[in-house]
Design a protein around this ligand. Structure first.
Ligand SMILES: [Ca+2]
Length: 179
């Protein structure tokens, strides 16, 4: 297994890779905690508008957390037909997937990045497309709560209760280091 590539995404989100990468496909809506971490909270991602929600508790400044995103939703008819969305992509029955709307809006879940304008690259980018629709990153706490939102070019056609079987609703899982 290659070393985890550290990618500086912004001041807070520091890594696109994550520990336990190889076991990601085994769970969907109730993931096991990564080794050395415990679940601090889960956050249901609002997908019917651009407004985000914050975590219930602040993240300790300087502490390295693990964030995972699971789940899917119906995102409406796009360039390639009726599509579903996950943390980062819209994907289709054909197996094709896209990272952006036709207008350039960067699809998917963002943390502390409320800019949903076309052309803006949201933070973080959750990495390569995964058929498990499970993604992860490391996140360094700032002493503040995090705000989670969904970026889309058309919220009106989203159906959060319609999803790929077994994946659950779009959810952010925040894990804190043990001890
Ligand atoms: Ca949509």
């Amino acid at each position: 297994m290659s070393r985890i590539a550290l990618v500086v995404l912004c001041s807070a989100v520091v890594a696109a890779g994550l520990p336990g990468d190889m076991s990601l496909g085994a769970w969907a809506s109730a993931p096991a905690s990564p080794a050395g971490y415990k679940l601090q909270e889960s956050i249901r991602v609002p997908v019917l508008g651009a407004a985000g929600v914050s975590s219930r508790r602040p993240l300790l400044a300087g502490t390295l957390y693990v964030v995972r995103v699971t789940g899917t939703l119906y995102v409406g008819v796009g360039a390639l037909g009726p599509g579903f969305g996950d943390a980062e992509y819209a994907y289709y029955a054909s197996g094709q997937f896209i990272d952006k709307c036709r207008d350039g809006t960067d699809l998917g879940v963002a943390i502390d990045d409320p800019n949903v304008m076309p052309g803006h690259v949201k933070k973080p980018h959750w990495g390569a497309y995964r058929q498990s629709h499970v993604y992860g990153a490391r996140l360094r706490g700032s002493g503040e709560r995090i705000v989670v939102d969904y970026h889309d070019c058309n919220y009106a056609d989203n159906k959060p209760s319609v999803r790929t079987p077994g994946t659950g609703p779009l959810t952010v899982w925040l894990y804190a280091p043990v001890g």
